[in-house]
Design a protein around this ligand. Structure first.
Ligand SMILES: Cc1cc2nc3c(=O)[nH]c(=O)nc-3n(C[C@H](O)[C@H](O)[C@H](O)COP(=O)(O)OP(=O)(O)OC[C@H]3O[C@@H](n4cnc5c(N)ncnc54)[C@H](O)[C@@H]3O)c2cc1C
Length: 322
């Protein structure tokens, strides 16, 4: 990543990702909506069901995220829960939810979409809402993973995930390698045998809590992954980084794991060829597929990740001008 991008453009995009006025403007623009389709297959349940049918044809596993982070009233949180229940019912009608092993189908949820940030009882509301979703997921044979958001929510999110794991031991938790605390969190979750998705982390965080340099984050990722691989849980390697993916087979061998004892994960629309290659060569590979109308924050974080993603967006806007 170039210095200008990492130090100037990236923080600006991440700051913009939290601006509500800008969100409303951008979400309504027909131009952006077209570009967004590269990362978000659609607004509706039918859109996402169509896209997962294609992904499943090439043996990829799925995690679906209903977009709608940072809700500010209870009604919106309840609407998110209902969207997940409708999604789970639709997934339950598919034939690939049977069996006891690794579930091909999963939903990912952000606790901020379920009310975590609400002034009164936010944590309890989010826990109750997540529990309702986990209960339905269990009934239909689908897994759930709780996404990680900015560092101010980490304690609350890990506490809610821990409570849910008591009743739903298959629940997945996300840890972000850029946070200085994460090595310790990995040690803890690897010991209790949790399913853990390890990612680099997608938010703008201060140096007091996070590594802000790419090389330090990559080193932290490798250290954390080694702990997860050596532990008794199920590691989920969420990254598109070729250097990290190349390091995985040796760690897997060292830990005595088989191909079914961990998985790779990538985002919808990113490194599709690499996703297919990993899945075709006997690995478990899960694609994170977001859908819904509230794609703004997710989309801005993808633009902030890579100059090429921003260039792709700029080119599409420019072509539209001709
Ligand atoms: C399944 C999944 C779930 C996630 N969940 C969360 C979450 O809950 N919370 C959170 O904070 N973050 C989450 N993330 C995002 C994550 O934190 C990172 O922001 C994101 O994955 C980018 O980091 P990276 O490891 O892919 O490496 P990067 O540093 O972005 O990329 C490293 C290298 O990968 C290659 N690469 C990347 N993109 C492309 C591309 N489009 N084409 C070709 N090569 C490419 C390039 O060589 C690049 O230099 C998730 C990511 C994944 C994959």
């Amino acid at each position: 990543m170039t210095g200008l991008f990492a130090h100037t453009v990236r923080p600006a995009l991440l700051a913009a990702s939290r601006a509500d006025g800008l969100r409303r403007l951008v979400e309504r623009s027909p131009v952006t909506r077209k570009v967004v389709r590269r990362f978000v297959p659609g607004d509706s349940l039918d859109d996402v069901l169509g896209s997962i049918a294609v992904l499943r044809d090439s043996d990829r596993y799925i995690s679906i995220d209903y977009l709608g982070e940072n809700v500010t009233d209870v009604g919106d949180a309840t609407a998110s829960v209902q969207a997940y229940l409708d999604l789970l019912d639709a997934l339950g009608r598919r034939s690939d939810t049977a069996g006891d092993g690794v579930r091909p189908l999963e939903v990912s949820l952000k606790l901020s979409a379920l009310g975590q940030a609400l002034d009164h009882d936010g944590q309890k509301i989010a826990l109750d809402n997540a529990r309702t979703i986990c209960e339905r997921a269990q009934q239909v044979g689908v897994w759930v993973t709780v996404d990680a958001e900015d560092h101010t929510t980490t304690d609350s999110t890990l506490s809610i995930s821990g409570d849910l794991r008591v009743d739903f031991p298959w629940l997945g938790t996300v840890l972000q390698a850029y946070l200085r605390r994460t090595f310790g969190d990995c040690e803890e979750l690897a010991t209790v045998g949790a399913r853990v998705r390890l990612c680099k982390g997608a938010y703008e965080e201060p140096a007091s809590v996070a590594y802000r340099n790419g090389a330090e984050t990559t080193d932290s990722y490798l250290r954390c992954l080694r702990v997860l691989m050596a532990g008794s849980g199920y590691p989920m390697v969420a990254s598109h980084d070729p250097s990290l993916i190349a390091a995985v087979p040796e760690m897997v061998r060292e830990s005595g794991r088989g191909a079914d004892d961990f998985e790779y994960q990538m985002l919808y629309g990113i490194r599709d060829d690499e996703q297919r290659r990993l899945a075709a060569s006997g690995n478990q590979l899960r694609v994170y597929v977001p859908f819904g109308t509230r794609w703004y924050g997710y989309f801005m974080r993808r633009l902030a990740e890579r100059p090429a993603n921003l260039a792709f967006f700029a080119r599409a806007l420019a072509q539209r001008g001709h």
